[in-house]
Design a protein around this ligand. Structure first.
Ligand SMILES: C[S@@+](CC[C@H](N)C(=O)[O-])C[C@H]1O[C@@H](n2cnc3c(N)ncnc32)[C@H](O)[C@@H]1O
Length: 298
């Protein structure tokens, strides 16, 4: 039985010309082998071109897990909130994976983050303490163990108590010992480093943290409100206070700060406002646009 093949569609799928797709249908794959690497290279080049490049801020519309846009050991500090896998409706990323798949996603980005970090580079990872929906899981403990397996070294865990967390409705078995739910209304910021905690100061690098900020923020219990999704226009933004504290506490003026999951660009905004170079990656073009608007409004 003859099968109809739409060569236009096939060409788009393989990222080659229609003639090559036609040859493939006819059983000749030699042109495909010649042409495909070029198409792949083009795609890679498009990814390397920044979506936004202004002053010392760069935003890539790209998948951080596979991007080669950053050189090895080029980043001083990473401040990020990766997807939590709690079913948030992002425009591109699927946030409802099986837990094992989520852990393997975590391993991939943590490995890439490790590659691009300087030997004295640091990582501030804002993740949930645990997960209660769809089965209880020790997210913070599991993701931290993966990071340590890759080579990241542990420094501390900051507990972030969000004042404005929404009212609870899930009690499990109400007023019964049969199966009550315990929920901590907090998130964490796990602080890790690559090889050595003591940071080498580059010539002319200065500190900009005040005495009061230093005293308050080195107490690992942080209390400030979360950010409104509606106000920002993103399903899971963190408040500016979070990257502001991490940047001033853990990097010098002039350092390079990366957010591999830039979302609405909050880390890039704070990097810019605090005189650091900022680099972000975001897979969804809508959020790249949003980050661009927020950065341009500064
Ligand atoms: C929790 S949100 C980050 C929000 C950000 N902190 C803010 O304040 O707006 C995670 C972001 O990661 C993006 N994302 C998911 N997978 C990605 C990937 N592989 N590479 C780059 N970005 C990704 C999602 O589209 C989402 O915007």
């Amino acid at each position: 039985m003859a099968t109809f093949v739409d060569t236009k569609k096939l060409a788009a799928l393989l990222q080659v010309s229609e003639e090559t797709a036609q040859a493939v249908v006819g059983g000749d794959v030699s042109a495909l082998i010649e042409e495909a690497p070029e198409a792949v290279a083009e795609q890679a080049n498009a990814e390397m071109a920044a979506f936004l490049q202004k002053h010392k801020t760069t935003l890539y519309h790209a998948d951080f897990l596979t991007s080669q846009a950053l050189a090895d050991e080029s980043i001083d500090l990473i401040v990020t909130s990766p997807p939590y896998n709690v079913g948030i409706e992002y425009s591109t990323h699927d946030d409802a994976h099986e837990y094992d798949a989520y852990l393997s996603f975590s391993e991939k980005w943590l490995r890439q983050a490790y590659r691009v970090s300087r030997p004295d580079g640091r990582l501030c990872m804002n993740i949930p303490l645990d997960k209660n929906k769809g089965g209880q899981q020790s997210v913070c403990a599991d993701v931290t163990s993966i990071a340590k397996k890759i080579g990241w070294q542990y420094h501390a865990t900051i507990v972030w108590n969000e004042g404005n967390i929404s009212r609870r409705t899930a009690w499990g078995s109400w007023m019964s010992a049969s199966a009550p739910f315990v929920i901590a209304p907090v998130e964490v910021i796990v602080v890790l480093y690559k090889e050595r905690w003591k940071k080498t100061r580059k010539p002319n690098a200065t500190n900009d943290i005040t005495r009061q900020e230093f005293m308050a923020w080195t107490n690992g219990m942080w209390v400030f409100n979360g950010e409104s999704k509606k106000r920002i226009g993103h399903p899971a933004p963190f408040p500016r206070e979070l990257p502001r504290r991490c940047i001033k506490l853990f990097s010098f003026v002039g350092d390079t700060v990366l957010d591999p999951f830039a979302g609405s660009g909050t880390t890039l905004i704070e990097a810019h406002e605090n005189n650091r170079a900022g680099i972000g990656f975001e897979i969804a073009v809508e959020y790249c646009e949003l980050a661009k608007q927020r950065l341009e409004a500064l």
